[in-house]
Design a binder for this molecule. Sequence first.
Ligand code: ATP
Length: 268
Amino acid sequence: VAEPAIGTLGKAGITLADIGGLAEVKKRLDMSFLTPLRNPELRLQFGKSLRGGLLLWGPPGCGKTLIARALAGELGASFYEIGLSDVLDMWIGSSERNLRSIFDTARRNRPCLLFFDEMDALGQKRSQLRGGSSMRGVVNQMLAELDGASTDNEGLFVLAASNHPWDIDSALLRPGRFDRTVLVLPPDAQAREAILRLHLRGRPTERLDLAKIAKGTDGMSGADLALVCEQATETAMEESMASGRVQPITQRHLQDAARSVRPSIGEW
Ligand code: ATP
């Protein structure tokens, strides 16, 4: 894989099993992308192509980027991540050029899952833009790339994430473009427990009651829970350093960490 001039391209490195909760989302992805991939005969019979666009939306830190990466892992596709600043350029016309080069790179690396973060800013409703805004060209370029002749885009999966999907130009959401939308909700208690377990995987711990921590962390996103685990780990490491032998992560470490992390859901 040649290093692209724009964005980050590489192997996904994870699968859906590395994501806690989100059972419905996983099922949707399975139906839309994985079943067709794994059943080539059925795919041919139904004339289903191996391409497609999907918009993930929901509050920050709940796993949109993680899902996109894991889907790339499941598809055996390269993962090409693009942030807003990778596209936008102060010079008129440069953003369109950037976008064209991004899609060219993605097509060269098929099968490829191209992931756009902060899609609301990138694909703003053209009607809301001030006259002369260069963003209009960006939306038009994005439409052209998504529509590309069907053979060009075979093996290209385009996913986007947004916290404010209502700001996205509706033309981008039409069939053949980001036509599937999936809501990525904050984790419930059961999912929080699964996320905690994933983030403590492989680390020395005492016997833990993670269900109890999960119950006490209502309103926390996956990212908040990852932080709780990091803080508990740091405390255990500090104690290990001080005592000269490995001190496992304890229930208390996790409880203290959970108290110090502010739940971010609710501000959305
Ligand atoms: P944003 O809208 O801010 O881009 P996001 O929804 O894309 O947020 P991610 O980047 O996927 O959020 O999640 C941030 C981090 O939180 C992940 O790298 C992971 O460590 C953790 N995380 C979030 N959700 C989950 C989950 N369901 N299972 C395991 N870890 C999670």
